[in-house]
Design a protein around this ligand. Structure first.
Ligand SMILES: C[S@@+](CC[C@H](N)C(=O)[O-])C[C@H]1O[C@@H](n2cnc3c(N)ncnc32)[C@H](O)[C@@H]1O
Length: 337
């Protein structure tokens, strides 16, 4: 089956769409930035409101197909760029004044079901795992990265305690022949974890998450994307992020806390060293989650967490405070190959 055929068969549900629409109120019109266009679920729903404009971004070449249909339908109100969202500043004019910037992180259902990307455990295609605009593939990472680095990546980015054991097995296998497919990789990992299984999910789940994050430098992208988005928003502008695993959610929560007045001083016993005004006047304290009805319809929404924050009129941003907090991810994902 080729990629296009599998794309057409895939049913696509934009996650937590109702909550996103109620936060951004598109009925009042305005410009919105959709940083993760995917199948265009959010963009299409927003464009149904006549006074709206969308600037959409996705790193995946395949999303052009969905973007083209919106460009035809809304030629004056829709613009698409194939780019990584860490490069928002290269695409968007500083004075665009968007009413909201939206991130819906991770993989789309189209990417997940596209056998040629090899995100699934069963894929016998080339071990790819690229979302688009990548420096290397999962094949390069699995077959060329040194054993210790591979173990750290699996442990940290997959939150997999058996990282070392798995990296050892991978290393043993690849000394004989290269690991070419996801199916091969999943079976090696499963073997490494045969005495320590969680039968509720595939034993390779965490390893696949780690390799995918590394190949696409997803955490670095998120840290940089949030900083660029906060710079672009002006007073009243909303930043919305839907995330799907704890590493992402931790980054988003920390960004909102650090940039808001919520956690100015870590302890009341510590003197305030330097006063840094917050960037957001209101943030969602607890993440919003999908309701039972949505989870029944789309199982992927089960792990979604939506956080949002509303920008105030401060103009000064301290990106290095935030970057420093996650410097270990930058180092880990930084091109070592
Ligand atoms: C979960 S899907 C978005 C689905 C979309 N909200 C919809 O309703 O159709 C995530 C999309 O974000 C894209 N993406 C992930 N990381 C990105 C990045 N750093 N820059 C640009 N696009 C990215 C992926 O290629 C994928 O198409």
């Amino acid at each position: 089956m080729n990629a296009t055929m599998s794309l057409e068969k895939t049913k696509h549900y934009p996650v937590m769409l109702n909550q996103v629409l109620s936060i951004i109120s598109p009925q009042h019109g305005g410009t919105f930035i959709d940083c993760t266009f995917g199948g265009g679920g959010y963009s299409r729903a927003i464009l149904e409101f006549p006074e709206t404009k969308i600037l959409a971004i996705d790193r995946d070449e395949l999303t052009h197909k969905f973007a083209n249909s919106l460009t035809k339908k809304f030629p004056k109100r829709f613009n698409f760029f194939q780019e990584k969202f860490s490069n928002l500043n290269k695409i968007v004019e500083e004075n665009l004044n968007p009413r909201a910037i939206i991130f819906d992180l991770g993989l789309s259902s189209f990417q997940l079901s596209d056998k040629e990307r090899s995100f699934s455990f069963e894929s016998k295609n080339f071990l790819n795992m690229e979302m688009g605009i990548n420096k290397y593939s999962a094949y390069d990472v699995i077959n060329t990265l040194d054993k210790e680095d591979l173990a750290t990546i699996i442990k940290v980015l997959g939150e997999e305690k058996d990282g070392k054991k798995i990296a050892n097995k991978i290393d043993k296998y690849r000394l004989k022949k290269p690991i070419k497919t996801s199916k091969e990789l999943a079976s090696i990992v499963s073997n490494a974890k045969k005495n320590n299984r969680n039968y509720k999910r595939n034993p390779a789940t965490k390893t696949f998450q780690a390799i995918r994050i590394f190949v696409n430098q997803e955490l670095t992208e998120l840290v940089l994307g949030l900083i660029e988005a906060a710079k672009l928003l002006s007073n009243g502008g909303v930043l919305i992020v839907v995330s799907f695993h704890s590493l992402e959610d931790r980054i988003v929560k920390s960004f909102f806390n650090l940039c808001s007045s919520l956690k100015k001083n870590p302890s009341r016993y510590l003197p305030i060293k330097e006063y840094k005004p917050g960037l957001f006047r209101s943030i969602s304290r607890k993440p919003l989650v999908a309701d039972v009805k949505e989870i029944k319809q789309n199982i992927r929404s089960r792990s979604a967490k939506l956080r949002y924050a509303i920008r105030n009129n401060n103009t000064f941003l301290y990106p290095n405070d935030f970057k420093n907090k996650f410097v270990s991810y930058f180092k880990l994902e930084g091109g070592r190959i």
